[in-house]
Design a protein around this ligand. Sequence first.
Ligand code: 6GU
Length: 243
Amino acid sequence: MKIDIVTIFPTLFDETLNFGILKRARQKNLVNIAVHNLRDFTHDKHKTVDDRPFGGGEGMVLKPEPIFRAVDFLTHNSPEPKLVVLLTPQGKRYDQNYAERLSKYAHIVLICGRYEGVDERVLTLVDEEVSIGDYVLSGGEFAALVIIDSVVRLIPGAVGRYESTRNESFSTGILDCPVYTRPAIYRGLEVPAVLQSGNHAEIARWRRQKALEKTLRNRPDLLKTASLSEEDRLFLLALKTRE
Ligand code: 6GU
C-alpha cells in the first residue's frame, strides 16, 4: 500500500511514523508512506497556501490551487484502486469499518485540512471527506496519524499474528475483556482465579461475560449493533436486572 500525506506541517510526521508496528510495516515494505509539503505546490514567491474567506469572517481558508496541483501530481500514475481523502471536522465519521475499507486500497492520499476551512471546490477533487470524531483539532495532521495507524495494522503481516487483530474491540462489535499478567497478587489485588485455573472453556466464558459487562458500562450504544448469542442476551438481562 502507498500512502501520501499532504500537509503544511511535514516535519510533524518525522518521528511519529517511526515507532512500533508502523516502523516495522514500513521496513517490511508492507506500506510506503510519503509526506508532502503543500507549500512545494505553490507558484508564488511567498509560497502562499491560504487566504481570507470571501464574504468576510474569521480565520484563513486553504487555497484550492496548491491542493489541486498536489493531488494531480500524486495521482497521475498511481496504483489502483486509489482513494483521495480530505481530513476535516465536517467529514463522515471514521470508525473500524472505515479502517477495514481503507485497508483494501492500493493508494490513499490524505489531505490535511486546517480547522478554519478548505476552499469548497477541493471537494470536486476528493473522493471522501473524513472526520475522526466530534471535536475540533487545529488541523488534519493528527487525524492522518490516527487513520494511518489504524489502517496499517490491518494490512496482513503488519501485526505479529494476523489473527490477533480479529478479536480486538470493535472488530467483534464489543469492547475487549480485561487482561492480567504477573504477579498473581499485587498490593493485595488478586488476578481472578478462573484465569489461573487452566480450564479453557471456563476462561472463554469469563472473558465473554467481562467484555459484555464492560461494554454495558462504558459503551452501551455498541450493544445495539453487536452480534450477540442467546447466552449473551440472557447474561446482559441478568446484569441489568441486578443493577
Ligand atoms: Cl479530520 N480535522 C480537524 N481539523 N478536526 C477534526 C478532525 C479532522 N476530525 C475530528 N476533528
